[in-house]
Design a protein around this ligand. Sequence first.
Ligand SMILES: *Cc1c(COP(=O)(O)O)cnc(C)c1O
Length: 491
Amino acid sequence: MDSFQEMAITDETLDPPDWTEVEALSHRIVDDAITYLKDVRERPAWREMPAEVRSFFSAPLPRSPAPVADVYDDVARNLMPYPMGNIHPRFWSWYMGSSNFTGALGDFLAAIQGSNLGGGNHAAGLMDGQVVNWMKEMVGFPASASGTLVSGGSMANIIGLTVARNVKAGVDVRERGVGAMPKPLRYYASDQVHSCHRKAVEVLGLGNRALRRIPTNAGLRIDIAALKAAVAEDRETGFRPACVIGTAGTVNTGAVDDLQALASVAAEEDLWFHVDGCIGALIAIAPESRSLVTGIEQADSIALDPHKWLHAPFEAGCALVRDASQHRNTFAVTPEYLESAPRGLASGEWLHDYGLQTSRGFRALKIWMALKEHGVEKFGRLIDQNIDQARHLTRLIEAEPALELMAPTTINIVSFRHRVDGASEEKLKAFNTEIMLRLQEEGIAALSDTTVQGRHCLRVAIANHRTRRDDLDLLVAEMLRLGREIAVTSM
Ligand SMILES: *Cc1c(COP(=O)(O)O)cnc(C)c1O
């Protein structure tokens, strides 16, 4: 009975009974984290997990406690050695940033401070707004524009495309739904548009066919004449042309649509002009390259991705909307339990009025701390550096008869392949895929592949502040070695 009474009056908590032990362990975790980043170059770009590591992750739900030091040991042994690899200097797969230590400290402190960025009157809310303002300044948007930090570029694009739908619907679409629209809406983007836009138009109730893919020219940029023809055709056949999506940096080849031309078409045709700048919007801060994205400042909305070229730890995307009231009118709902108060905690702005989430993480701090530490000019130089590195790799490929460039290099993405004399496209694909897989499995480098204008190619996307030119020299040398090895063995 005694012990029952004892339990009944001792309130439980997640805080440790003894903070001093946690202190020692926490210091060890930080020391290990620093070593981990310091030595990243010495480890493989990627490695396969052994069977015992895989089976570790099917252990059942823990029911009883374990010392936190043991919990950390499990993480150190089974998790930390097998990352995706995007923090590695020779990771160039798909398109992602390479994180940074200050940003990681920011994420830690954000979790310690624990604020919910759904809104309210507190310092984290002000910092969230400040980071959005900095993003507006980076891309040349007016101070009167609005924006919101979201999980990534996909969500940022959904925000922009949703505002576009509501503005162009021709009815109160929030109240009456897409079924009440007088004419079906049409959106336009190049055939190189990112797949998240398909998901966006599907989830917006417009359907995949509402997104017309416009052919691209030899530079893989949207064909402006074809765009105009498509808009005219749609008007004639009873659709309402609503929105044109320009891509500043396509994921396949890094092509940048002619944003100025798109801004003019949008103005002439009364279209919403959205820019998917997940890759390239931030080129606007790069001193050598910024003219590539001239015109972005004329957009009605922009999606950009601090977890790419600002190297924020995942996740951090940002949607910007030129007309703040159109943005707010798309998402604001004020239930009785979230009414603002004249003073106190609930007197701040409700940041959830600018997107789909209610509770929001404190994404701003990791971005804010890294920007304060390095200054925006350094981030701009790092973007130019990656673009220069891609040009360096392009020159190496052009100078090497065994390699073939598959698309023009505009920014930091290089599409190429290893040649095989007289081989069919099918055989070339198998050969190059084998090179890509061995580069990964031997831990040399992580690249990915794609298909450009119907032809398979390997793809190097250098959004990485740790990459050096000699990493690219090594890549070429290793590809040539693997090319010889595969030729004499498996094929
Ligand atoms: C990465 C990317 C996206 C999607 O962004 P996430 O942050 O991965 O959600 C959209 N468009 C383009 C052009 C991208 O490169």
